[in-house]
Ligand binder design. Structure first.
Ligand code: FES
Length: 108
């Protein structure tokens, strides 16, 4: 399956997620949580906020708008007013890059 390279592994720091603008996929956020990498949708499920403008505390990302929050690994909404989970993407580290499966790419 084709893979999308999102950013070099050195870019997201623990507590400082990286925003990936929309391409063939919606806006994405890349997180480093204690050396583990995760990718979620970057748009809050409560409103039109970019979560990378919010506050990462460990495995939690807090939205900058209304104080809602999500669990980064699972995408689960953990703090009101967020109730709809974030979409998450399976990450593979490839040649020093954070990559995900290309959306809609045919199985090979
Ligand atoms: Fe994120 Fe309201 S837009 S909590």
């Amino acid at each position: 399956m084709e893979r999308l390279r999102l950013c070099p592994i050195g870019d997201p720091q623990d507590g400082e997620p990286v925003a990936i603008p929309a391409g063939t996929y919606p806006p994405l956020a890349v997180y480093n949580v204690d050396g583990q990498y995760y990718v979620t949708a970057n748009t809050c499920t409560h409103g039109n906020a970019q979560l990378t403008d919010g506050y990462q505390d460990g495995a939690t990302i807090e939205c900058p708008y209304h104080g809602g929050a999500f669990d980064i690994p699972s995408g689960a909404a953990t703090t009101y007013p967020c109730q709809i989970p974030l979409k998450t993407y399976e990450v593979t580290i490839e040649d020093g890059w954070v990559t995900i499966d290309a959306p809609g790419a045919p199985e090979s």
